[in-house]
Design a protein around this ligand. Structure first.
Ligand code: FAD
Length: 287
């Protein structure tokens, strides 16, 4: 099933994101995490792709296949292109196809300063065009940025390139994390005004660890509202209290998104089933 079809059912789509274990860790750890996430009944689970290109991403297909073929949940395999050439991407597409994976989140990937870029793909749009040209029958999703992509000279320019990704074939968008809902709704309104009509899922990352969130915020360029900064300071030395406060913040954010008509919510689970469970229980009955 294509992810975009999930949005035809007139209900709010609720999805999770997980990442493959680090290079030296066994893959079984993530299978255990996924087994725990299964009974939370997400509509689909996406699996990230290593920033280093095809080699780094080699576990994505295995994990996406486990989600789809063993757990019976729709999967969305991320695929980045900036450190890959055409043959690398062709191989990745073949592996996805062989494993029965039907959906790809097409990404440029982050630029790694010490790694020389390959020259076949510059933007996610180039990857979308290539996937289409190769003729595989994939549903294609893409990323979007409620506060603008950090490298974009302006929100307008970023939105213009977002529309290009949709024109090239993306049928579903997943947003970068954000902590202030008004930013998401303002962004969505601008995208709709430009003619971007595909479903846009809101990406929510629960704050459960000060260091992790500061790192993510600096990479993603998301702003931290005063309410959240206060929580981070207040519970700086109390991991458990910070985790519970972060869960409560994410639930509040999601309840508000749902009440204001969001089409879908994508929870960055950070491979933490406890947090995913508490949040899912917190929005029970609203989806
Ligand atoms: P693009 O859409 O190519 O945009 C990148 C920049 O280029 C933007 O500033 C855009 O405005 C500009 N641009 C786009 N097209 C053009 C054009 N034709 N001409 C000029 N400028 C252009 N990274 C990973 O490595 N692995 C993952 O699994 C992963 N998953 C992610 C999931 C989500 C939901 C999100 C939001 C991000 C994810 N990322 C992942 C991070 C992502 O790779 C980075 O944010 C990256 O910097 C941009 O990727 P993109 O696909 O949005 O790029």
């Amino acid at each position: 099933m294509k992810i975009s079809k999930l949005f035809d059912k007139g209900k709010i789509v609720y999805s999770f994101e997980v990442f493959p274990p680090k290079r030296d860790n066994p893959i079984e750890g993530i299978y255990k995490t996924l087994d725990e996430l299964r009974d939370l009944r997400p509509d689909f689970i996406s699996v990230t792709y290593g920033a280093g290109g095809v080699l780094a991403g080699s576990n994505t297909a295995k994990i996406a296949s486990y989600i789809k073929n063993t757990l019976g949940i729709e999967s969305l395999a991320h695929l980045s292109c900036v450190n890959s050439d055409r043959d690398n991407v062709r191989e990745a597409l073949k592996e996805f196809e062989d494993k029965g994976i039907e959906n790809i989140l097409a990404l440029r990937g982050d630029i790694i300063p010490d790694v020389e870029r390959k020259k076949d793909f510059f933007y996610a749009g180039d990857l979308i065009t290539f996937i289409k040209e190769e003729g595989g029958d994939f549903g294609i999703s893409a990323a979007c940025y409620p506060e603008g992509h950090p490298e974009a000279p302006s929100m307008e320019e970023d939105l213009f390139h977002l529309r290009e990704k949709v024109e090239k074939g993306a049928t579903h968008l997943v947003s970068q994390l954000f902590f202030e809902n008004h930013m998401f709704f303002e962004f969505k309104e601008k995208a709709r005004a430009l003619g971007v009509t595909v479903p846009i899922e809101a990406g929510i990352m629960p704050v459960t660890n000060k260091k992790m969130i500061e790192r993510m915020v600096s990479i993603a360029g998301a702003s931290l509202p005063a309410k959240l900064t206060k929580l981070l300071h207040k519970y700086e030395f109390d991991d458990e209290a910070l985790r519970e406060a972060g869960i409560a913040y994410a639930i509040d954010q999601m309840v508000d998104l749902i009440e204001r008509g969001a089409e879908g919510i994508h929870l960055y689970t950070m491979n933490n089933p406890y947090v995913a469970r508490k949040i899912t229980e917190g929005i029970k009955g609203l989806l």
